[in-house]
Write a new protein. Structure first.
Length: 178
């Protein structure tokens, strides 16, 4: 792990992805990196021609940046690696259904495919609350897929939020002995 909590940059083509499961497992590794920073554990990986070109995980709290979502950070890195704002032919693997902001960024980047493990019923902009990636009114539409690695991602998210709620209860249950 790097000093900033990110995984080492392996966007030079060292990792190959042959299936959605492999892509989501790499995204899950990024989610664990977010968890290590006490961030909501979401991770994303950008793959072009079967090669990982970029990775990202949530850093909103760490960077004090509401736009530092896993997908946006991975897209920024991928665009820098590719040297273009359009990521034609890319597949983005993300542990959680993209929010409206991330879905918009994925559409603007012209990625071909977006694959996620679990839906986000409160913020999901791809299926749950909207259809930014597939709406026929959009000038670019992505193929989508979901469900691989769902149990692992769901358990990671559930554990994170249960821990947050437990810590909040403990901090309010402590009697004031002064």
């Amino acid at each position: 792990m790097e000093r900033d909590g990110s995984l080492p940059d392996r966007s030079t083509g060292a990792a190959k992805v042959g299936s959605d499961r492999e892509g989501l497992e790499l995204a899950l590794a990024e989610a664990h990196a977010a968890l290590a920073l006490d961030e909501v554990p979401v991770g994303a990986v950008v793959v072009i021609d079967g090669i990982v070109v970029a990775r990202g995980h949530n850093r909103t709290r760490t960077d004090c940046d509401p736009t530092a979502h896993a997908e946006v950070l991975a897209l920024r890195r991928a665009a820098a690696v590719v040297g273009a704002q359009r990521l034609i032919g890319a597949t983005v693997y993300t542990t959680v259904e993209p929010c409206f902001m991330c879905a918009g960024a994925l559409s603007h980047a012209r990625v071909a495919r977006v694959v996620w493990a679990v839906r986000d019923p409160k913020f999901g902009g791809a299926v749950s609350l909207g259809s930014v990636l597939t709406d026929p009114r959009m000038n670019h539409r992505c193929q989508t897929a979901e469900g691989e690695c769902a149990d692992e991602v769901r358990a990671l998210l559930r554990g994170f939020f249960e821990d947050k709620r437990r810590k909040a209860r403990e901090s309010t249950d402590t009697p004031d002995l002064s």
